[in-house]
Design a binder for this molecule. Structure first.
Ligand SMILES: Cc1ncc(C[n+]2csc(CCOP(=O)(O)OP(=O)(O)O)c2C)c(N)n1
Ligand SMILES: [Mg+2]
Length: 664
């Protein structure tokens, strides 16, 4: 039987080989965390390499994603579908072994990591998902859900503010099955961290309600084993195990220095490291006895089989619960969803009175939430303002782990990571609300959801200068362009209740990416529509108001500016002009329609086009072309009553008509 040091050295050897061959990568962290990894993955992780999707597997998140070769070494060694050829292809085009671990690219990777701080923060959401599902589905003798969520985390992640946000919540939520192993090597890219990371991290975590195991030698696997056992035994607090390590452990001249953080060791240093650790195998080979000792396939299959047998008995005793559990984990909507959604849209379309779209959104939630037990909402301390707390919302209770509504406090970024974690775990459709202008605080986590193709719904209200007196800090201008240019993100800016309802129901139906619902603070008129037009809302852009024959001019508008375009069109048609109004609540969906539809809505021959949106102009040029005009916000707003601001910045019927006449 190989020694534990030899087993850890297999990770070191593979990491050095792959990074040297790629001439790119981060050897320091895999070498430094190899012993911690040996302890966790051989002694504790409950997982089945043959089925990375097993519902009750332990989750493992490599928060310091630059240590990707550690992850790939573990996946290869334990028997996932990740071959030595994959290891050899590290960081090459189309390889499973991407530069940073990517969800859906390498089997066994639970989330895409690399943006420091997001891994541990997302793991908080996974650990919360586990507890919520356990309380909903476990029955006496049937622990359907009882896995751990493990995280490897470095100095960089713990410097990031988002980790503070999410770890604070984890402490408050008493997530006892969340266990983070901290690679405390005192090094980040610029060198020894004492000049920029000097607080007492363990004390900080204790203050947040974590159980902290201090001063573990991260190169002593027995000490790490003991710490993990201790952490597992503490069931009402998340645990942080502080593992003192040496970055690049084993590299004779570079260990302990920032120099091995992100540069290949090179042939000479690698050879010397292998010699010093007594590793004699050829590059990209692992001796059979070491490979055998790592192989987790048999134990993993047995663990899953045991769970499946238990689940079969559970299904016999509680058939409905078991079916519901399967549905939830598969991310399928309830059988009656289509009916529920159609009713909600129909009801919203019948709204007659002017109402803010944030209120329309809440009304839709009131109608759909009772049918969606997987829906888990929340807000970053703006529940009343953003309309996320529907009538059936029950606040999270961490004594019983019940509830479907989370008070995230003033933590937009942390809310986003927790939502991603809830979604990635399976069993939930998360949504969360804040003021649109503060979406910038959370922007990178919306981006992560888009990259990972996760169904997460952002409710972003108070969407323009319509915010009024709170002034320019609270008035979003450029946010919408940024979100619209984000690949795989869908941005809706509905103009009334009907569009808001379609947007919400389509967000629930979307399976492969985030949706941002941009809602107004102020009341908006309801637009009349035919059944056909209501159906066309689903296409993202459609003709809301038309003229006889070919239009001379087309207005394109979204949200609060649709009514303005409609009134301007009415004035122009009274003057004998032929004007069309296109409502474009979701550009991304419109762009995906076939060419014939897009041509029918925006005929290429009609060059006189005016876009109206109280946001930065950015995204509209491609719809209006160089011959068109955009009535937009070219500067930050101001503090004044909203009506005054719309007037001041040219969002008046008069100006919108004037812009058109200048084109005609
Ligand atoms: C949000 C974010 N900022 C910056 C980076 C670039 N970066 C990658 S690793 C790193 C330093 C991380 O230090 P630590 O976690 O201690 O890693 P170690 O050097 O110990 O491996 C930085 C700044 C990043 N990946 N993500
Ligand atoms: Mg470090």
């Amino acid at each position: 039987m190989p020694t534990r040091a030899e087993l850890a050295n297999a990770i070191r050897a593979l990491s050095m080989d792959a990074i040297d061959k790629a001439k790119s990568g981060h050897p320091g962290a895999p070498l430094g965390m190899a012993d911690m990894a040996e302890s966790l993955w051989r002694g504790f992780m409950k997982h089945n390499p043959a089925d990375p999707a097993w519902a009750n597997r332990d989750r493992f998140v490599l928060s310091n994603g630059h240590a990707s070769m550690l992850m790939y070494s573990l996946l290869h060694l334990t028997g996932y579908d990740l071959s030595m050829d994959d290891i050899r292809s590290f960081r090459q085009f189309d390889a499973k072994t991407a530069g940073h671990p990517e969800l859906g690219v390498a089997p066994g990777v639970e989330m895409t990591t690399g943006p420091l701080g997001q891994g541990i923060s997302t793991a908080v959401g996974m650990a919360l998902a586990e507890r919520l599902l356990a309380s909903e589905f476990n029955r006496e003798g049937f622990p359907v859900m009882d896995h751990f969520t493990y995280v490897f985390v470095g100095d960089g992640c713990l410097m990031e503010g988002v980790a503070q946000e999410a770890c604070s919540l984890a402490g408050t939520w008493k997530l006892g099955r969340l266990i983070a192993l901290y690679d405390a090597n005192d090094i980040s890219i610029d060198g020894n961290v004492k000049g920029w990371f000097s607080e007492d991290v363990p004390a900080r975590f204790e203050a947040m309600g974590w159980h902290v195991v201090r001063g573990i030698d991260g190169h002593d696997p027995e000490a790490v084993d003991m710490a993990i056992r201790e952490a597992q035994a503490v069931t009402d607090k998340p645990s942080l195990i502080v593992c003192k390590t040496v970055i690049g452990k084993g590299a004779p001249t570079k260990a302990g220095s920032a120099g091995c953080h992100g540069a290949p060791l090179g042939a000479e240093e690698t050879a010397a490291a292998k010699a010093a650790m007594g590793w004699t195998a050829e590059p990209f080979t692992v001796p059979a006895d070491i490979k055998d000792a790592w192989d987790a396939r048999e134990a993993g299959a047995a663990a899953q089989k045991e769970w499946e047998d238990m689940f079969a008995a559970y299904a016999a005793a509680y058939p409905e619960l078991a079916a519901e559990f399967k549905r939830r984990m598969a991310g399928e909507l309830p059988a009656n969803w289509a009916e529920v959604a159609a009713k909600a849209v129909e009801k919203a379309a019948a709204d007659a009175k002017a109402v803010a779209t944030r209120v329309s959104g809440k009304n839709v939630l009131n109608d759909i939430a009772p049918a969606l037990p997987e829906l888990i909402g929340g807000s970053a301390d703006l529940s009343g303002s953003v309309g996320t707390q529907h009538s059936g919302a029950k606040s999270l209770d961490v004594e019983a782990y019940t509830g479907n509504y989370i008070h995230y406090g003033v933590r937009e970024f942390g809310m986003g990571t927790v939502m991603n974690g809830l979604q990635l775990h399976g069993g939930f459709i998360p949504y969360g609300g804040t003021f649109f202008v503060f979406s910038d605080y959370a922007k990178n986590v919306i981006r992560s959801a888009a990259i990972m193709e996760r169904r997460v719904v952002w409710v972003l209200t108070h969407d323009s200068i319509g915010v009024g007196e709170d002034g320019p800090t609270h008035q979003p201008i450029e946010q919408i362009c940024g979100l619209r240019t984000m690949p795989n993100n869908q941005v809706w800016r509905p103009c009334d209740s009907a569009e808001a309802a379609v947007a919400w129901t389509m967000a629930v139906e979307r399976k492969d990416g985030p949706v941002c619902l941009i809602m107004s603070r102020q009341n908006l008129e309801q637009q009349p529509r035919t059944a056909e037009q209501l159906e066309a809302v689903r296409r993202g852009g459609y003709i809301l108001k038309d003229c006889e024959g070919t239009p001379e001019l087309i207005y394109i508008a979204t949200g609060s500016e649709v009514q303005l375009a409609v009134e301007a069109a009415e004035q122009l048609s009274a003057q004998g002009r032929k004007v069309r109004v296109v409502s474009m609540p979701c550009c991304e969906l419109f762009d995906r329609q076939d060419a014939a539809y897009r041509e029918a809505v925006l005929p290429s021959a009609v060059r006189a086009r005016v876009a109206v949106e109280a946001q930065a102009a950015g995204t509209w040029w491609k719809y209006v072309g160089l011959d068109g005009r955009i009535v937009a916000m070219e500067r930050f707003g101001a503090s004044a009553p909203a009506g005054k601001l719309f007037q001041h910045f040219g969002f008046t019927v008069e100006n919108v008509v004037k812009q058109a006449l200048e084109l005609l």
